[in-house]
Structure formats: structure tokens, C-alpha cells
Design a protein around this ligand. Structure first.
Ligand code: SF4
Length: 271
């Protein structure tokens, strides 16, 4: 894994659109992502396609000029409430964050002039390091922790470099106990055991369910290009590679567990 000092970005806050149109901005502290998920839609975006090195083999740590960030944050905040999808093209708590603490510092700077809302998207248990910081945001933050299956064998097939599921469940519970607004992002839903819906419901967390067909920002085209259908076929599960599978899972979740705070696809990720 090559972790390098990246450039000083001309801007940290980029206009949000498409699937994330409910937000005013996206923010990515790193370029690249060492978790290297096979289904990562960023592989099909310019940053993933044109670097010339395999996605997952490189990470650039963007250089933070705090004064410039404060100016940009103040400028955007003056236009209206800023709502940030934090981590749309990288994982803000990937291993590089343990050393560089860039995500943590950006959040501290945001707190000087609190945002309207921040959704922090991660699958890393390192996120619990900043629980006290999240508490300062109150309900202006939601930590969205990806738990796309409860089957560790499947996790290893689809995202072998990502954190083990047990550590993510533990992080989800720790954040809830710390009073941090947290959701389990079942996104994209992967092959799972019959216990998955029950475990999610019993976690007490907000839940959002999404799939390869509605959630990849291209109606499923990127996921096809990334070979997800072939991967399902190789597992003998091709019939599960269909929107009906996530629909069934979601319907089962809300019908079997009344009162569960569950949402579906894009609507579930809105501020
Ligand atoms: S953690 Fe997110 S950004 Fe990183 S490879 Fe996986 S899906 Fe892509």
C-alpha cells in the first residue's frame, strides 16, 4: 500500500449531485482507498480509472491548509446551511487516518462554525476514536457504518481488505452507547445469513438498505462493469443478483420488526 502526501486541494467542499443531491457538498480527505472493495463504484469514476494504478493500491493524503479551509467553510456557510456527505469517494477512517488524523481535524474545524448536517460514511472501527467529537455535533451528524452482510465468508469474497464484520458490529454498538446518531448501512446488500435482519433490528440503530441496482449511482451499470454479476454467478447465487432480493430483505425487515427505523436506498441517505 502506497500512502503519499497528496496535493493541497483548491477546494475541499465540492458540490453534491446525482445520488447525493440532498446534500450541498461532498468532502473526501483522502484520494484512493486502501479497503479496495471489489464493488466500489469509485473504480469506475475518473479518480479510479485514470490514475494508472490499481484501485486500493494507493492513497494520497490531501494537504490541509487550515486557514484556507476556514475561509472556504465560512464562505460556503454564508450561502446557507452546509450539509456534507463526508466520504463519497474514499473511507475517511481507513488505516491512514490513524496516523494522519485528517478527518478528525477537519471535523474539529467544522465545529468552529457548526454545519447544518454531516453524514460520515465509513466501514472502519477506527471511527470510534472520535466518538467524543461526534457528540459535540449533537444531531447535526450521523455516522453511517457499512455492514453489508453478516456472513464473514461473503465479506472476504467481496472486500477482503476491509475490516472484519465483528469489529464493525462492535463499533456500531459502541457509538450507540456513546449517544452518537449512527446507522447501519446495508449497502450494497450482499449474500447473508437468515439471522441478518434480526441482528440489524436488535442493534437499535437506524438502518438503510441499498443494492447494486439502485445504489451505485448509475442504475446498476457500474456494478455490471465491475463484474458483480459474474461474482454472484461464481458463488452459485446469480438469482440473488436482482433488485427483488433487496426489496424482499427490506420488506421482511420492516414487516417482521415493527418500529424498526429502516429506510431504503437514496432516501435513507438523505440528511
Ligand atoms: S471503503 Fe468505500 S471508498 Fe473504499 S474501496 Fe470500499 S466502497 Fe470504495
Amino acid at each position: 500500500m502506497a500512502v503519499s502526501q497528496g496535493r493541497k486541494p483548491s477546494r475541499w467542499l465540492n458540490p453534491a449531485g446525482g445520488y447525493l443531491a440532498g446534500y450541498s457538498h461532498t468532502l473526501n480527505p483522502y484520494s484512493g482507498c486502501s479497503f479496495a472493495c471489489s464493488y466500489c463504484y469509485v473504480r469506475r469514476m475518473p479518480v479510479g480509472l485514470f490514475r494508472g494504478e490499481p484501485w486500493g493500491s494507493w492513497v494520497d493524503v490531501k494537504q490541509l491548509d487550515e486557514a484556507a479551509f476556514r475561509r472556504e467553510w465560512a464562505r460556503e456557510s454564508a450561502k446557507g446551511a452546509v450539509s456534507v456527505f463526508f466520504g463519497s469517494a474514499t473511507d475517511p477512517y481507513q488505516p491512514a487516518e490513524a496516523e494522519h488524523k485528517l478527518t478528525g481535524r477537519l471535523l474539529e474545524l467544522m465545529l468552529e462554525r457548526p454545519p447544518g448536517f454531516v453524514l460520515l460514511q465509513t466501514r472502519s472501527p477506527l471511527v470510534t476514536r472520535d466518538a467524543a467529537l461526534f457528540a459535540e455535533f449533537g444531531d447535526r451528524i450521523r455516522v453511517s457504518l457499512t455492514i453489508e452482510t453478516d456472513d464473514e465468508t461473503m465479506r472476504r469474497r467481496f472486500s477482503p481488505s476491509a475490516p472484519p464484520l465483528a469489529a464493525r458490529w462492535k463499533a456500531l454498538h459502541a457509538l450507540r452507547e456513546a449517544g452518537v446518531p449512527v446507522q447501519a448501512a446495508v449497502s450494497p446488500l450482499l449474500p447473508h445469513t437468515s439471522e441478518f435482519a434480526r441482528r440489524l433490528a436488535e442493534s437499535g440503530a437506524r438502518i438503510v438498505v441499498d443494492d447494486f441496482h439502485r445504489g451505485d449511482g448509475s442504475g446498476g451499470r457500474r456494478s455490471e462493469q465491475l463484474g458483480m454479476r459474474e461474482l454472484y454467478r461464481s458463488l452459485g447465487l446469480e438469482s440473488d443478483y436482482a433488485p427483488a432480493a433487496a426489496d424482499r430483505f427490506y420488506e421482511g425487515l420492516i414487516s417482521r420488526y415493527p418500529g424498526v427505523n429502516a429506510h431504503f436506498s437514496q432516501e435513507g441517505f438523505l440528511p
